[in-house]
Ligand binder design. Sequence first.
Ligand SMILES: [Zn+2]
Length: 246
Amino acid sequence: MKSVHEIAQEVFDTYGVRVITDQERSGLPIACRPADERTCLTYLQQVLTRELSIYSPQVIRKSKLNEIILCQKLASEGQRRGGLTCAAFLGSLGLPFIRNKIYLNIKVGGGWQYMRAAFHHELFHMIDYFDDINGYYDQRWKSLNRPGFVYHKDRIDEQRAKPQRGFISEYAMDAVIEDKAEVYSYLLIDHRGTEKLVREDRILARKVVRMKELLHSFASEFNEDFWSKRDAASISYAKSIVKTRS
Ligand SMILES: [Zn+2]
């Protein structure tokens, strides 16, 4: 059986991405601890290598991702997190002290499906940051929502909106960048289920079309063939966040 080190080396050779398993950080803004070797090995075998294989090495290089940090007890600004993306324009220059990183908390509940989705979610933040010169700014995406809708992070009060149509998950209601990353990760792991939701949700339908457009202009491999493969590999994951009376 391959070791953590051997799999990490293979990932680096194929995708140019370093897998880090011994990161220990405390304080602000990011804190994390290394996960044990067995958890890292299982995650690498069951999740990371499989999910990476969905992409060509070119797309991963284009995302400008330099490092994936597998860890536990991940926190950002004191809040527990399942994953975290640190993207910086300078990160694409190959400087040793500024790297584009994804932190993945590999010791969280939620099961394999959640872990798979979490990886694609964080990877999308990287793609989103580097797909145009505007970084994360995307006014057009905001305009796809129902008029008057304000993302939770854009609100000046603490009030949260009720789960509603137009969003693939409750977390998607937090901010534009989370909405996009959520739509993306759901399409990646449950294309069929997401497309099914879209049939009854015009706002979500517009978001899915826009997401596919954005991805195709980022890299031509996000084409119909890519999506039909994702469709065939769908696992049951997407469900409506709107409570319906039975
Ligand atoms: Zn996110």
